[in-house]
Design a protein around this ligand. Structure first.
Ligand SMILES: C[S@@+](CC[C@H](N)C(=O)[O-])C[C@H]1O[C@@H](n2cnc3c(N)ncnc32)[C@H](O)[C@@H]1O
Length: 270
């Protein structure tokens, strides 16, 4: 039997890093192929700088840039860590950081700053569209703050749409009726049409804070359908999805940027 090689997790090296073991394991999985590459990494949210040091140790040839609302001094003898003070949602600052450190675009961007949906969304679309390389990886951390009942834009989760609604009761009744009238084709046709009308149903969902934003991002994976004739779009050609894929874990979202150059267009949320 073929041996499956385990990909090592990322070592904390006793730095003060605010990331769980699962986060570090996932980072090991997705960053492993870049470990010895001269990558440019941007992290939003520095705190004491522990994570910047972990990235510096892991990416031996990497340039590591951090930004935080507070001024943080991160002692570093390698000269490969650079920090900025400012807001994650400040596009002018982000443009300056990119111009000074990664004019060709960042290879990896990690958002571990405010964990507020609106701010996360602003940084995401600006950085993703303008300053993430094709094939680059954008990670959003702690997206589940939208479920925290006391978080600034979070809300207690309410179970929705699990029980029997008037619609599902009607559907079951129509299904039973359809079963009993199979020998009456005209009546079957009419009842079947009514049954079809009950099918276009909107699924309710928890859409607060980062949870709502992450759910919005799923639409990007349908953009080729949305913009094409199947979705009723007006585009001449279906617009490709900007994402190659989006992998969601308890706490982290990994988004892989598509390679196609036409995708740098700003047709949504720029
Ligand atoms: C969870 S800590 C970062 C931890 C660090 N990345 C680590 O893994 O060790 C979040 C940081 O984001 C900063 N922050 C909060 N809101 C921000 C904003 N709007 N813009 C920039 N930084 C922000 C906070 O000051 C705090 O230092």
């Amino acid at each position: 039997m073929q041996q499956v090689q385990a990909i090592p997790t990322i070592n904390r090296n006793s730095h003060d890093i605010h990331k769980s073991d699962l986060y570090l394991k996932n980072y090991g999985l997705y960053f492993n192929h870049l470990k010895y590459t001269p990558i440019n990494l941007l992290e939003l949210g520095i705190f004491t700088g522990g994570s910047l040091k972990v990235w510096r140790d892991y990416f031996e040839y990497g340039k590591i840039v951090g930004v935080d609302i507070f001024k943080v001094n991160v002692p570093d003898s390698s000269g490969r860590i650079r920090t900025y003070q400012g807001l994650q949602q400040d596009k002018a600052l982000l443009a300056k950081i990119a111009a000074e450190n990664a004019p060709e675009g960042f290879d990896i961007i990690i958002d571990d700053a405010s964990h507020i949906g609106e701010l996360t969304k602003k940084s995401f679309w600006y950085l993703f569209n303008h300053h993430l390389k094709p094939g680059g990886i954008y990670v959003i951390e702690d997206w589940r703050t939208g479920y925290y009942k006391k978080f600034i834009d979070g809300r207690k989760f309410k179970q929705v749409g699990q029980g029997n609604s008037p619609r599902t009761i009607l559907q079951s009744a129509l299904d039973r009726y359809l079963n009993n009238i199979q020998d009456k084709p005209l009546l079957t046709k009419i009842v079947y049409k009514i049954r079809k009308l009950t099918t276009k149903k909107k699924f309710s969902s928890h859409n607060y804070g980062m949870v709502g934003f992450v759910k919005q991002l799923v639409d990007e994976l349908g953009m080729d359908i949305i913009t094409g004739p199947e979705g009723g779009g007006t585009a001449q050609h279906n617009q490709n999805c900007k994402f190659l894929s989006m992998n969601i874990y308890p706490g982290q979202v990994f988004i892989f940027k598509n390679y196609t150059s036409e995708l740098s267009g700003e047709y949504i949320n720029s």
